[in-house]
Design a protein around this ligand. Structure first.
Ligand code: LLP
Length: 437
């Protein structure tokens, strides 16, 4: 991927940095991000939209990987930012991300989060439910503000990796259903509110999607809905946001499309549908997360113990696991890996890579072909950029790894490794439990 290659010493190099030097300098486990590849993915989206000549916004879904340096890259590449919590909003603001380019999502925004978003004067709030709509209007009124809103609607399309399911009524915690009229009702109510400004609608049909059909169908449902709303409520949407979910290749079998193809399918559908309805061309927004950072991330681990069960399986353990990458345990997600320090050695055995957490389910990869490994070798697991650091935990009181960005032979620390103090320093001992000196 990207700027990775095997160097003359037979070691994996990412962004011009030898992984042996990275592990020596920063330790393991270590998340390494290829900065050029992140920027390339941002540009693929932006350029695909520019080619259409239509108005657009690409918002990076920060839930995939939200650290200050990533917010800066998104800003520098001209992206907007989707946040889903006060913590993500805080990170973005702290990184100096322009508030007017921030969108706030979530099905249960707290009153404090709504206040924080209004005080920061963010670009828009994606309203999820009636309670939030009322709270938002009231809070904005108190502050003398008018806030732009999108309505999260469920178009009755649910996309999975290869197929999409079209369901009449969607059973999901998110958003307003189009099918049962609640989306229409929400907009009818909002139209009479003084402190919300209706920008348009938002739909997100799933994640790690390989096909465009689901997006096309969602576009159809949304366009039809826009038409109904315009006719009956005289409300015209200026923005249609079709969410994220564009798939990436984790393993050989995965077959994602080039990112531009998703953009083309979405812009083609929206443009032709709205033209057909003689509806003013809306801005088209998308919110990719995984497809921007997923394949730019590699996790480096040090191999430790191994256990060979003759005739059954060989387990090789690494110094991280479900704490830094919970996706295999949570979703049965598949990953590929290689020996970073002996990248040219031929594969000679099949091993299963175990994490170091105290539970059987802590397995990173089953049946991986590798050279015969030794304790001290470095294992590089690829495509760990999305939903790894952002979902990492301190289970077993492990310290979260450091994150480095590499580019042109330089490595910059963007998150330092946690210390024991980070792990245990928040604990408090009640007076009665303290030991006498
Ligand atoms: N927009 C909305 C409203 C979303 O809910 C999501 C993801 C995205 C955008 C970005 O989707 P992406 O382009 O990254 O697929 N933890 C799971 C993924 C959860 C995705 C949740 N929503 C995983 O590790 O696979």
């Amino acid at each position: 991927h990207g700027t990775s290659q095997i160097n003359a010493a037979g070691r994996l190099e990412i962004g011009g940095c030898d992984t042996a030097e990275l592990t020596a300098q920063f330790g393991t486990p270590l998340y390494v991000f290829d900065e050029e590849l992140i920027r390339r993915r941002c540009r693929e989206f932006v350029e695909a939209f520019r080619a259409t000549g239509l108005p657009f916004q690409v918002a990076y879904a920060s839930k995939a990987f939200c650290v200050m340096a990533m917010c800066r890259i998104a800003e520098e590449e001209g992206l907007s930012l989707d946040v889903v919590s006060d913590g993500e909003l805080y990170t973005a603001l702290r990184a100096g991300f322009p508030p007017e380019r921030i969108h706030f999502h979530g099905n249960n925004k707290t009153p404090e989060e709504i206040e924080m978003a209004l005080d920061a004067k963010i670009g828009c709030i994606v309203v999820d439910n009636f309670m939030e709509l009322h709270l938002l209007n009231e809070t904005a009124k108190d502050k003398g503000a008018v806030i732009n809103v999108l309505f999260r609607v469920t178009p009755g399309v649910e996309a999975h990796t290869h197929e999409f399911i079209s369901t009449g009524q969607t059973d999901t915690k998110f958003g307003f259903d189009i099918g049962n009229g609640s989306a229409f009702e929400a907009i009818r109510e909002a139209a009479s509110m003084q402190n919300v400004n209706i920008l348009g609608v938002h739909s997100h049909i799933g994640s790690q999607i390989f096909e465009v059909d689901g997006f096309r169908l969602a576009a159809e449902r949304v366009a039809e809905f826009a038409q109904d709303v315009r006719r009956e409520l005289s409300v015209t949407f200026a923005v249609i946001n079709l969410g994220g979910g564009f798939g990436i290749r984790y393993v050989e079998e995965d077959s994602p499309l080039p990112l531009a193809r998703y953009v083309q399918a979405i812009t083609d559908s929206i443009q032709s549908l709205f033209a057909q309805y003689e509806y003013p061309q809306p801005e088209i927004w998308i919110e990719p997360g995984r497809s921007i950072v997923g394949d730019a991330g590699t996790t480096l681990y040090t191999i430790g113990s191994s256990k060979n069960i003759p005739g059954v399986r060989k387990y090789v353990s690494v110094d991280g696991g479900m704490t830094d990458n919970p996706r295999p345990a949570l979703y049965d997600a598949k990953y590929e890996a290689m020996l970073a320090n002996r990248a040219k050695d031929p594969n000679e055995e099949t091993v299963s890579v175990a994490g170091k957490c105290c539970e059987t389910g802590d397995m990173l990869i089953w049946d991986l072909e590798l050279p015969v490994t030794r304790a001290g070798d470095t294992l590089a697991v690829s495509c760990t950029g999305a939903y790894n650091y952002s979902m990492a935990s301190n289970y077993n009181r492990l310290r979260r790894p450091a994150v480095v960005f590499v580019r042109d032979g330089e490595a910059d620390l963007v998150v330092r490794r946690e210390t024991f103090e980070d792990v245990a320093g928040k604990d408090a001992l009640p007076e009665r439990m303290r030991k006498q000196p």
